[in-house]
Design a protein around this ligand. Structure first.
Ligand SMILES: Cc1ncc(COP(=O)(O)O)c(C=O)c1O
Length: 491
């Protein structure tokens, strides 16, 4: 219907002999004005002709003219698509107000992609697209009307069942399927817990220092007070936690972020004893990258030591992709009902179809196969990363090599790590300074994530960082480099 369809085109007053001209002009203007963006598909000529009341040939003629001008491209099996780079015209000249003709400006050079060692993501190019697509296709093929309707806000039963079995198998986590809540990643679990804790009258949470800035920002958003607690070579210093006026603590026991230390067995017992002293105390366990262990045996989760004291959470962000926003929370049984109610009240839970696809990957063993492959790939990247650091910045101490997706480079005292990171950014390398992850002052450092970038790019980035650090060298680094393999000691 004229005026009612594509681009709101109104063809009523267009004379018969001028229709192709008119349509080509309208489409040109829509492309130039941005209403039709690169990659947009034009309607099939038959459909648009019907809409405008034109002959099909008229529309085809308008499309042909635009194709000649390289504004659109016909694609077999797809249709006519707006061209990506716009028309390939001869260089244009532009006229100034005084009538002087100037050559058009050369296209601006776009800056090369920065090398990103700041993002804590896995090798995303290895995302198992085929397996995920297959799982989604199977889920959709079998989805009943019920599957497509409103779902349990706690999560799809099939996924909660699969997670309960997988977490027991891989992490020793104790949870019935009914005790698993599907969340929007660890972040979603923290936000959910924070709401419940506020509801119970808590006004603060203790966090590891140094710790993950992302977690801190989320908890600062929700809670009136966060209390940093120092970390040493055995993990969170529970003695210090006892000096804080708080009944909730967030820890990363299997692989402390960012130091890489493991919460020692004695500390685990101390922490649980702290929680046992008051009924309202809670330990939140962020098991964010537990799947990646290279030179040491997997460390069990803390939750099985005290399922009634620990709220366990993890996600797919380090194993598949953060974009999926899929994670899980296993809270103490006393909290399950109210947390599920909060999920219901804040959006009726997570989208069901991706949950079912994940359940399928777990049930068929595809996720575990993928993880085995990822572990091997990430180990190679870890080895290359350590070698690059040793070669380019000898003397720097490297922490956290045995597990995870990042290294911590300890810099000599007195180096301003934030300035190092800022200079690296100017050279096109993104890296996190350790000082940004801590509350109290401490040794400077850089957190470098090695999984996402190709080893050649990682090596390039380390060379840039070495350049930035050069003025600080000259005997100021510790002269003996500890063996890096297994050098997971604290800071
Ligand atoms: C310590 C820590 N916990 C959790 C996460 C993952 O958060 P989410 O599951 O919300 O993506 C990250 C991501 O970088 C992290 O560094």
């Amino acid at each position: 219907m004229p005026g009612d369809g594509f681009l709101l085109l109104d063809s009523t007053a267009v004379p018969r002999g001028r229709r192709a001209d008119w349509l080509a002009g309208e489409l040109r203007a829509a492309i130039a004005g941005g209403a039709l963006r690169a990659g947009s598909r034009l309607p099939a000529s038959r459909v648009l002709a019907g809409e405008l009341g034109f002959a099909r040939n008229t529309v085809a003629e308008a499309y042909r003219r635009l194709a000649e001008e390289a504004l659109v491209v016909p694609r077999v099996g797809v249709g006519t698509v707006v061209a990506a780079a716009g028309p390939q015209r001869a260089p244009r000249a532009s006229a100034t107000a005084a009538g002087q003709v100037l050559p058009s400006r050369p296209p601006r050079r776009t800056a090369p992609d920065p090398i990103d060692l700041a993002a804590g993501v896995p090798e995303l190019t290895a995302f198992p697209r085929a397996a995920w697509l297959r799982a989604e296709r199977e889920v959709l093929a079998e989805a009943s009307r019920r599957t497509l309707g409103y779902q349990d806000p706690a999560g799809a039963p099939a996924l909660r069942e699969a997670l309960s079995a997988w977490l027991a198998r891989s992490r020793g986590v104790v949870a019935e399927p009914g005790g698993v809540i599907v969340t929007a990643g660890v972040t979603g679990a923290l936000a959910l817990l924070a709401g419940a804790l506020l509801g119970e009258g808590h006004d603060s949470v203790a966090l590891e220092d140094p710790g993950a800035t992302g977690n801190r920002l989320i908890l600062e958003y929700w809670m009136p007070r966060v209390e940093p607690v120092p970390v040493d070579a055995d993990g969170l210093v529970v003695e210090e936690l006892r000096r804080r006026d708080t009944d909730v603590v967030l820890v990363t026991p299997a692989h402390q972020y960012p130091s890489g230390v493991v919460l020692a067995p004695g500390r685990r017992r101390e922490l649980v004893a702290w929680a046992d002293e008051r009924a309202r105390r809670l330990i939140v366990e962020d098991d964010y990258d537990a799947e990646y262990r290279y030179d040491r045996r997997p460390v069990r989760a803390l939750q099985p030591l005290a399922p009634e004291r620990v709220a366990y959470t993890s996600s797919l962000s380090k194993t598949l992709a953060p974009a999926l926003r899929l994670g899980w929370l296993v809270p103490p049984a006393r909290l399950v009902e109210q947390l599920v109610e909060r999920q219901w009240a804040s959006g009726l839970g997570s989208p069901a179809l991706p949950q079912l696809a994940l359940a399928r990957l777990l049930d068929t063993g595809a996720l575990e196969r993928h993880l085995r492959a990822m572990r091997a790939r990430h180990r190679l990247r870890r080895d290359a990363a350590v070698a690059a650091v040793r070669a380019q910045v000898p003397g720097v101490r490297v922490h956290g090599v045995a597990a995870g997706l990042h290294l911590l480079l300890e810099l000599p005292d007195g180096v301003d790590d934030a300035r190092v990171a800022a200079s690296a950014r100017e050279l096109g390398v993104l890296v996190q300074p350790l000082s940004a992850q801590r509350h109290r002052p401490g040794p400077p450092g850089l957190i470098v994530h090695y999984a996402a970038e190709h080893p050649a790019r990682f090596e390039q980035a380390i060379a840039m960082i070495a350049r930035v650090l050069r003025p600080h060298r000259g005997g100021r680094f510790p002269t003996s480099n500890r063996p890096v393999a297994g050098a997971d000691a604290g800071m």
